[in-house]
Design a protein around this ligand. Structure first.
Ligand SMILES: Cc1ncc(C[n+]2csc(CCOP(=O)(O)OP(=O)(O)O)c2C)c(N)n1
Ligand code: SF4
Ligand SMILES: [Mg+2]
Length: 449
């Protein structure tokens, strides 16, 4: 059955529109209603997003969906809605104040061409808060914040949107007879439509500046701001484009792996393990293997990494927390195990190592000159052994040694994770490194400082 025709998209259930007599927002709001009547969309498929300001009082009077958020951010709300629900018609109503306050959003929506319609009720001042100047206040304009006349020039909102790449840009006045038709045209645009509507704030800007309907047109002329269609260059709409790219990319996204318990562990409480080495030594990925193997043994695990922004230089530190319970707090204030395998790691972690408690075991590459610490120290020849197979196995080798010493969970769990989740080309090398690391502890040279 054909849906009933809507003769209006407004409701009178909450009384008359709340604007001052003669306010341009009244004409704009009524024009929007006529535009919707012309287009006959399902009101449930329309969202009117409003900014803070007098203009933002209007959404409640429509029978469509509404979204009213923070000042200056209505474009972003509109974009979010459109990205999430491209089937919706999203119309943003914003004042010149909000458009200026959230100016970067105008640039980005124009650049990206997200399919929303922006209607700016441009009355050259902040109406709602008593007529302060905005980005569109004309030079010499008297407002409560420019009582001696505005010394700035007005921002050309249409020119700004056009310069940022808006596909459709139109400037009108609230007095234009064809306002509803043009608004309907704006709403029909598949991409971003920028509709700047010049109008009067009869409470503040008009009386302070003798801005009548006629003077409004003179103002436009004085700035050489053209009325009418300024840009009409359709190009692909962003959310559609984005979805296509996502669909294409989805095929190459690896399936996420889940880890369920296969082994037992001996961990009684939350424990903190830190491994400090150099960038490029596979600290992060080895720590991940170690944490995943803990999960395979029924533990909860978290990992946090610290490395400089420069790639392959300086330190790389990974912090792992393990617990038989759910981990809510991931910081390690007093590590239970500390592994240090390179000079970079030692340099970065020196003060932390100096402050380790006697309850911590410090497992260190034997050639490193360690500072004074209360921790129990175990020195092992990691570097020399890793070099024999592949020097970048030093991190996983050290963690296998730690596993042997700590007996946190079975070595088989670590082997299983390596075999299941690593690239076949490195599985064998890493399994070999793990075996060597595990055996190193049998021959450890323990020295308590
Ligand atoms: C982040 C933030 N800054 C300032 C305000 C105060 N404020 C409320 S309305 C408004 C100005 C509205 O002017 P405009 O966007 O031009 O809308 P109009 O009232 O003229 O329709 C301001 C600054 C606010 N609500 N939130
Ligand atoms: S203060 Fe200005 S913008 Fe606000 S309702 Fe009154 S006339 Fe309109
Ligand atoms: Mg305003």
């Amino acid at each position: 059955m054909k849906p009933a025709e809507h003769h209006s998209y407004m409701t009178d259930k909450i009384g008359p529109l709340p604007f001052c007599p003669g306010c341009g927002h009244f004409l704009l709001t009524k024009a929007l209603d006529r535009a919707l009547v012309k287009l006959q969309p399902d009101p449930k498929k329309v969202v009117i997003v409003t900014d803070i300001g007098c203009i933002g009082l209007s959404d409640r009077y429509f029978i469509t969906n509404a979204f009213h958020g923070l000042h200056g951010r209505s474009i972003t709300y509109g974009c979010g809605l459109k990205l999430a629900r491209p089937d919706l018609t999203v119309i943003v109503l914003q004042g010149d104040g909000g458009c200026g306050i959230g100016g970067t959003h105008l640039l980005n929506v124009s650049r990206r061409n997200i399919g929303i319609t922006l209607i700016v009720g441009n009355n050259f001042n902040y109406g709602m808060t008593g007529g302060q100047h905005s980005v569109t206040t004309p030079t010499s304009g008297i407002t409560s914040t420019t009582p001696w006349g505005n010394v700035e020039g007005p921002m050309d909102l249409c020119g700004t949107a056009a310069a940022a790449g808006a596909a459709w840009v139109y400037r009108a006045t609230a007095f234009d007879k064809d306002l509803p038709d043009v608004m309907a045209n704006a709403i029909e645009q598949p991409g971003f439509a920028m509709f700047d509507v010049w109008e009067l704030c009869t409470a503040y800007y008009s009386p302070r500046n003798q801005l009548t309907k006629m003077n409004l047109f003179n103002l436009l002329k004085s700035y050489d701001f053209k009325l009418g269609l300024l840009v009409d260059k359709p190009r692909p709409e962003y959310s559609e484009h984005y979805r296509k790219a996502f669909e294409k990319g989805k095929r190459v996204i690896k399936q996420k792996h889940t880890i369920s318990k296969k082994y037992d562990h001996s961990v009684k409480r939350q424990m903190g393990i830190v491994i400090a080495g150099s960038a490029g030594q596979k600290i992060k990925s080895s720590a991940t293997l170690f944490a995943e193997a803990a999960m395979l043994s029924g533990l909860d695990a978290t990992q946090k990494d610290d490395y400089p922004i420069t790639v392959m230089t300086g330190h790389s530190i990974a912090e792992i927390t393990l617990s038989p319970e759910q981990i809510d707090y991931t910081a390690i204030e007093s590590p239970d195990y500390f592994v240090v395998i390179s000079k970079d790691g030692l340099k970065r972690a020196r003060s932390r190592i100096e402050n380790l408690s006697e309850n911590c075991t410090l497992l260190a590459e034997e050639t490193l000159e360690l500072p004074e610490t209360k921790a129990k120290i175990i020195r092992i020849p990691l570097f020399q052994n890793a070099k024999k197979i592949y020097k970048l196995t030093i991190a996983i080798m050290s963690l296998a040694a730690l596993l042997k010493h700590s007996n946190l969970y079975p070595l088989d769990a670590l082997k299983k994770i390596i075999s299941n989740f690593q690239k076949p080309s490195v599985v064998e090398i890493n399994l070999n490194a793990v075996k060597i690391g595990f055996e190193l502890i049998n021959n450890e040279k323990r020295r308590n400082k």
